[in-house]
Write a protein that binds this ligand. Structure first.
Ligand SMILES: *Cc1c(COP(=O)(O)O)cnc(C)c1O
Length: 661
């Protein structure tokens, strides 16, 4: 167990004592609790100006970075969705956040370039693979239009989408990924329809293919060379750079490529130098080093007579998912301004020293553009914990001595002996199991021991919470008592990276944040897979395996999984045939800072939809079941009217949402 689990746990018990002891007026108490919620869930720290805990105790969204007075209450959004009959889990998209991020990136590059007296321009592109949804691409292209912000494609299907959508004559379309002849042909077609296509050579053999194709079609391409950088990215994706990187040309290959193009009379085609050292670069030092290395390569190539004009710094701009501003895998130790400043000033310095022109700067930030704009909201539908079981533990005649012993410990439990009791019950539980295996303990007796054991642990936990000094071994009790909250969603569909790479995503209740959370929980989903859980949460300094949540009551308890707009939105799979989520697009009114409307509802997959992707034909399924029912009707086992009802029910289910109702 990491020490941090304790701090989340200690927070729970410590707050309990504080609040009781001080007895403030209700409103101060509420204000203090909201401050505590902010500390626990770090909403402002990962929220990037877009999310905060509101005075009402609900999550509030400020979707426009230039309009801080806009405040949308997420609880009201959820209430409206419920009123409109939209089923959960659902994706909530804030298109204003998407626009804000695109504007922020472009504006910051522009002001930094101006401040630095930098002579090149900024021409960013959005990498389609980070979120290929049409609505997302449309919004980004629209928001980026006045900045000549373009698109980056890494495959044929992405290029086909980019060719249709990136219609701005001044923006770039950058093509990465491995390319076959068809891909290259599409790229050249793009040049024919006036797109600023840059074909980035990832592998030497692509170059020979491209040369012969462009000669036969008589189209001069614009070529980018991706360099395999020596600098290592830091974080999960550090293998994207270095000698063993999958993509890019070594220095020797770059020189060979220049020579080959010269021989073919195509030197003028070489316009861009590209690198990408990995996504989610957690440490700003990796970026500084990459800028230094690439700016030198750029300058030296220019001095060799290569007519380069652009440098493309790739992606990697990280998101502080856990709000720790550290170099942990789910965080980063820098912000947007610092990132841009290091790039602009870095290239300026090297170019000036080397006496070459300042290159135009291209960047391919995807994660940072989209992560904040969408989240998944779902309902907690139950709690799983062994202590929840109840059973009559009264003394029975002739019961096993272990049962009597553990009952006596419970009776005598006090502030003076809880540590001893803690040790004893662990031992008794162990002995009980052995006795059961030997066949000398009954199922009823086992049930009693189990129930008394958890009851004692709960009491010890309350006793310990009031103490100044807590012995090391007792610090694990809150963890042992932690619950699993069962939520109506699939990790594999909605939070793929939490499962695949232990990525921390902020998870926060949508409301009740003015109330003290009294449960320590991890989250489990509704798939039939023990991996279908989330146990990486925001903790004090390292990742915690539990997060404080509120005790469930009669009201619906909605939680949000935030920052799912990059990759998570589109990488999910249909494990257990749980399909895509219902989606709503929320837009704010210009004239009322608190109001919002649901601009669009996109229906998620129905049972029929997901079955069809697995080659089933829903109509045939219904016929097959109908045949069985008819058979039972013929045999008199089902009445005809009842049979019709069953068939109708089956067909209705085919049209339903795949998640729990
Ligand atoms: C994935 C990828 C990106 C996007 O990276 P982010 O870290 O999400 O900004 C950019 N460029 C290339 C070549 C990529 O493969």
């Amino acid at each position: 167990m990491s020490p941090n689990n304790l701090s989340n746990a200690e927070a729970i018990s410590a707050e309990a004592v504080n609040v009781d002891a001080i007895k403030q007026s209700d409103s101060t108490k509420q204000a203090l609790q909201i401050e505590d919620a902010e500390k626990t869930y770090r909403v402002k720290r990962w929220g990037n100006g877009y999310f905060a805990v509101g005075q009402s105790g609900d999550i509030e969204v400020t979707p426009r970075y230039d309009q801080p007075d806009l405040r949308i209450n997420m609880k009201e959004v959820v209430d409206e969705m419920v009123a409109e009959g939209i089923e959960f889990p659902a994706v909530i998209r804030f298109h204003d956040i998407l626009r804000s991020q695109v504007e922020r990136l472009n504006r910051t590059f522009r002001t930094t370039i101006e401040e630095a007296d930098y002579e090149g321009r900024y021409l960013g592109v959005f990498p389609v693979k980070v979120n290929q949804m049409r609505e997302v691409i449309e919004e980004i292209v629209d928001a980026g239009n006045r900045f000549n912000y373009g698109l980056e494609a890494g495959s044929k299907p992405e290029l086909i989408a980019a060719l249709a959508y990136n219609t701005n004559k001044h923006s770039l379309t950058i093509l990465n990924g491995y390319k076959d002849e068809e891909y290259l042909r599409l790229a050249l077609m793009g040049l024919k329809i006036n797109r600023n296509i840059v074909i980035v050579i990832e592998k030497f053999s692509e170059l020979t293919k491209l040369i012969s194709l462009s000669k036969s079609l008589k189209i001069m391409p614009v070529i980018g060379l991706r360099v395999k950088m020596m600098v290592k990215g830091r974080g999960k994706w550090e293998s994207s750079s270095g000698e063993r990187a999958k993509f890019g040309l070594s220095i020797a290959e770059i020189l060979k490529a220049v020579e080959l193009l010269e021989k073919e009379g195509m030197t003028e085609a070489i316009k861009l130098l590209h690198f990408h050292i990995g996504s989610q670069l957690t440490d700003i030092r990796a970026i500084k080093e990459a800028v230094q290395e690439s700016s030198l390569i750029y300058s030296r190539l220019v001095k060799l007579g290569v007519p380069l004009e652009y440098v493309d710094v790739g992606g990697g701009l990280a998101i502080d998912y856990d709000g720790s501003q550290s170099t942990s895998d789910s965080s980063c130790n820098y912000n947007l301004e610092e990132y841009i400043s290091d790039i602009v000033y870095g290239f300026k310095q090297t170019s000036d020293l080397e006496g070459v022109n300042h290159p135009h700067i291209v960047s391919e930030s995807g994660r940072a553009m989209t992560a904040h704009h969408s989240c998944v909201v779902t309902k907690v539908i139950g709690e799983i914990h062994p202590r929840s079981a109840t059973y009559n533990t009264k003394k029975a005649t002739g019961e096993h001595i272990i049962v009597t012993n553990i009952r006596d410990i419970e009776k005598d439990l006090s502030e003076d002996n809880y540590q001893e009791a803690y040790n004893d019950i662990a031992q008794l539980k162990e002995q009980a199991l052995q006795a059961f295996k030997l066949g000398i303990m009954s199922l009823e007796e086992m049930a009693k021991i189990e129930v008394i054991y958890w009851r004692i642990l709960e009491t010890i936990n309350t006793l310990v919470a009031g103490q100044e000094f807590i012995p090391e071994e007792l610090k694990e009790i809150p963890e042992m008592l932690s619950s699993q909250y069962l939520a109506n969603f699939s990790v594999f569909q909605s939070a793929a990276d939490s499962w695949a790479i232990d990525q921390v995503l902020p998870i926060v209740p949508i409301s009740r944040l003015d109330e003290k959370p009294t449960k320590l929980c991890s989250l489990v989903d509704i798939t039939c897979d023990s991996d279908g859980k989330i146990d990486h949460f925001i903790g004090d300094d390292v990742v915690a395996s539990n997060i404080p949540m509120h005790a469930l009551n009669d009201d619906d308890y909605f939680i949000g999984i935030f920052l799912t707009g990059a990759y998570q939105d589109v990488m999910g799979d249909m494990h257990n045939l749980f399909g895509r989520l219902n989606e709503v697009h929320i837009v704010s009114y210009d004239d009322d800072p608190k109001d919002f409307y649901i601009e669009e509802v996109v229906k998620g997959s129905s049972v029929k939809d997901v079955l069809s992707t697995m080659q089933y034909t829903p109509e045939i399924l219904a016929q097959m079941v109908k045949k069985e029912i008819d058979e039972q009707i013929r045999r008199g086992k089902i009445k005809p009217r009842e049979g019709v009802n069953w068939i109708d029910f089956y067909e209705d289910c085919l049209g339903d949402y795949t998640y729990l109702k």
